[in-house]
Structures are given as structure tokens and as C-alpha cells.
Write a protein that binds this ligand. Sequence first.
Ligand code: GLN
Length: 367
Amino acid sequence: MKVKIACVQLNPKLGQVERNIVRARQLLAQLKGEVDLIVFPELALTGYKFESRSAIEPFLEPTSAGVSAQFAADVSRQYRCFTVIGYPERTQDLGRSDVIYNSALLTNPVGRVVHNYRKTFLYEADEDFGCTENPSRTFEPVEVILDKRYYSADPSPSPDGSGDFKRTSVNFGICMDLNPYKFEAPFNKFEFSLASFARRATLIVCPMAWLSPASPSLTDETADEKARAAHIIHERFFANEAAPTIDLDPSSRSFRPEDAEAHERSGRPFVPSQPEYSTVNYWILRFFPFLNHPRNELPKHYSNVAVVACNRTGLESDVLYAGSSSIIQFRNVPGNTHITTRNPSVSVEGALGQGAEGILVREVEVD
Ligand code: GLN
């Protein structure tokens, strides 16, 4: 079936929830036409880089019932669509002190929370604020009826007239979930994507706060030098934030392999209006089980799979995020030896730039 997806790339300010909601609403107001799914980044309304447990404490939300759940429910009702948003979850399920998860919830077109996913593989920033790993580690997808007619008060018959609406297997991965566990597991274990493949997920939604390779935090400089580098990036690119990119036109800006290769050759410069091409190609590589490639002998059991990589942009102290939110389509068509967009079995239907907020809307096909 066809699914129209809006990916909202935000630059949330740490701890400024009210301000971030206003901003998200301003962006959404530029959405035109109907969509089936709106996706927001990881910890979309709170910001991500909390230095400690006490710093994040005031912003923790009860499971599926805090300000992010309310916001997602409102968005879902207003746009009659599904909504996915990342938020910092607090639970008391161990019966002892509160447990913190880095979570994402899904609301349906009538505004009900239908799924809550907890990040399984943590990044060091998660550990800084006292986050706990999702103990389940199974990357279990959820079956969802995406057809909007199912949610109307008077549902018209399903397409095949049988009354049965098709269910789509949807999976969720939050940022580091795409990487090898703790960067220690073998690269080709592909934990998340292989679980998604084996469990026949065909729509894979990834709220993220993925770092730019140009992030000062990733260098081995001193803290002072990193802060200075971050200040320069802030002054240059974020002091007067660029206008958001509203990319609603599927033919507007294709992700051309030659642009990606030129970006790589020139040392991956931070160009706000362009995607961080190598990051997008890396995400594709992390979905290797879905790629038609001579070294991938997994028996294909699908025709069409889509991945939504909804990343944030901006700087938080010395951490620079990669933006580049992308809507990616995998098809079961003949491939080649490439593990990038040069492989015809994958296409980046659209990608936002690295340094500006925006909305990317694309229609994909999923089994
Ligand atoms: N490894 C990812 C990165 O480098 C993880 C970040 C995250 O989990 N938010 O950006």
C-alpha cells in the first residue's frame, strides 16, 4: 500500500518544551494535503543532551501520558494520521526507584497511543542522564492498520470488500539502535535491521538525534577547544537560524550519488542546505539485509519496504547533529555490488539538509 509520510526535522532547545512545541506547530502549519504518518525526532520536545539525571528529571514523562503523548495525540487528531515522537519516559515498573527510558510512542488517527517503544541500544549521552536499556532486546514490530478508513466513525468497507483491513508490520528503532551494540558487536550482525527483516517489518520508523561527523564532541581535542569549535559553528550556522526547508515535492531534490561522492571527496564539509550524504549512505548500509547485493543471500520475502530516518538538527553544547532526515525506499529489484544509493534496490526518496529545520513529505510503497 501507499503511505504518505511527513518527517519533521526539528532543532529543539534543551529543556524549552513550550517553545519547542510552538516551533513544531509552526513547521506543521506548512504541511499541505493529507499524510498518513508524521514522524518527529528522538526526544523531540525536550532536547537530548542532558548532562545528568537531575538535569532531565523535570522533563521526564509518564509512560504514554505526558506532554509528548498529548502533543502527538493532538497532531494525530488534527491531521487524521499516525504520529511518532521520541520522549524521555519515566516508569516505576521495577517497584523501586523510577526507571528512565529513551522512548518513542505511536498515536493513531483518533489520537490514541497504540505503541510505546523503548530504545534498546544506548548511546553514551543516554547513560549520562541515567537511561536504562530496553531489557527486551527483540526489536519486536507492531501490526498496525494504516488505512484511514478504519478509523472513521462510519468505516467504509475495506478495499477488498471483506471487511478486513490490511495490517502492516511496523518497527521502531531509535538512533543508536541502528548501530552495532555499544559499537562492540560485529558490524555485520545488523541486530536491528536483521530483526526487522526476520520479523517481516515493512515500515521502519527511526526517530534520531544522530551526530554529524563534524561534531566537535567527536574530536579528541580538549574540552576548551571543543567548546571553541562549537561556538564558531554556532555563530556561523545557527545564530541566525536558516529558514526551514519545506520539501513537499517528490521531484524537487533527488539524492544524487554523484553529489554524495563529491561531498565525500571534499572531506564531508558541513553545508547546512545539503544532506550529510555519507551519514545517509551509512544508514542505508545498516539496512543491508534489505539490500539486493550479491553478498546478501537472505531470501527476499517482500516487494517494498520503507525506512523513515527522522533526525534532529542543531547544536547542544559541543554536540552537532547531522539533520539529513531521509525517507528511504527498498525494493525487491535486481541490485548490484554497491552498498550505497548506487544500488538500484534502494532509493532515497528525499533528504533534508544537515543544518536547518524542515519537513520532508514523500509517498512510499510498503507491503
Ligand atoms: N551513534 C549515533 C550517533 O553517532 C547515536 C546517537 C544516539 O543514539 N542519539 O549519532
